[in-house]
Design a protein around this ligand. Sequence first.
Ligand SMILES: Cc1ncc(COP(=O)(O)O)c(C=O)c1O
Length: 406
Amino acid sequence: MEKNFPLTGFGTAAVHSGHEQDPNYAHLVPIYASSTFVYDEAEQGMRRFSGQEPGYIYSRWGNPTFTEAEQKIATFETFGVQKNGKQVEAKATLHASGMAAISTLMIANLKAGDKILTHYSLYGGTEELITNLLPPLGISAIITDLRDLNIAEEAMKKDKAIKMLYLETPANPTIQCVDIEELSKLAKQYGMLVACDNTFATPYLQQPFQYDVDFIVHSTTKFLNGHGTSIGGVLLGRDIEFMKKKVYATMKTLGGNANPFDAFLLINGMKTLELRMERHCHNAMEIAHVLERHPAVARVNYTGLPTHPDHYVALKQMRHPGAMLSFELKDGLQAGIDVMNNLKMCVRTVSLGTCDTLLCHPASMTHYSVPKQEKEKYGITDGLIRMNVGIENVQDIIADISQALS
Ligand SMILES: Cc1ncc(COP(=O)(O)O)c(C=O)c1O
């Protein structure tokens, strides 16, 4: 594709963006399975190391297969996003996992004495990082209910040490959403950085850079890859110089770099992001309606339903309400185990973002050994089932779920 050809549709950008002509004219970007890169002469090595000449040096520092994935994700998160009439730009750095990207984000931005302000509905690994690994380094977290803007502002006003507002929306397991625009506005008034985990939504459904957010992270393992074939993560920032210097140096030194094979799988998965998300969301809405009417189901947590407490926040900041939902069975633990055992097509597993429908029963799986009180703090009741609604033909998902429930 010619560099200046204007891409007007997200789906077209998903297919074409980020690709550059391969020197050997390969149609697709090759898997550059090479740990290091060579120089024509010693002077070229000098120029590359000093930054006078662009070029790859060592794959922990960068690799052509990573570059294509990074450019594609940067295009997604900035597609059509403008500030003061100008196109917003961002730089992406690919990582070995979502957790590696989040670790780089924290280490590159925070120092001893700094605090993070965040919402209590958070991915477990992120919570572990901010409550167990960062405190010995002098970085602590305030975890509160950010759905209440008064509570959020009170916390910001009270504590000058808060350096970063960290959002994750929508979030596990009850699909809570926080208002990115309002929280980001408040955080800016108090001079904070704002970061957002956009894994559940994907940039097709939600673009946090629209709301002045500084950093976005993803577990690319999920919807960006889309097929469950690799673990990966990405950190994006709008301050290109900061990304090129501080974030790049942090990623290189921590060593949480991606690998070329996983980057290749990610690139190919991302080409169908728009198509997949449209189908995921269409199916999720239908499933939510079926579950809502089912006599065995006490409650459905899906932001597409007006009964969800964050329905209007989701409507405001997301194109569609997403592919993730959870539902609570009236008969508790045993009913949850029975439904899981009765599944004939949908898959019993953790994780999300794949083409196939995945169901997880936290009380008997991920949270089996967590005390009941602790679980309920996060909305994990005995009868709660989380569902990643896949892209199968919806009547087949309905048939499997209906027979499993009966
Ligand atoms: C919302 C969210 N953020 C981050 C992560 C961490 O990603 P990874 O498993 O790729 O390290 C996950 C993993 O499930 C997640 O669900």
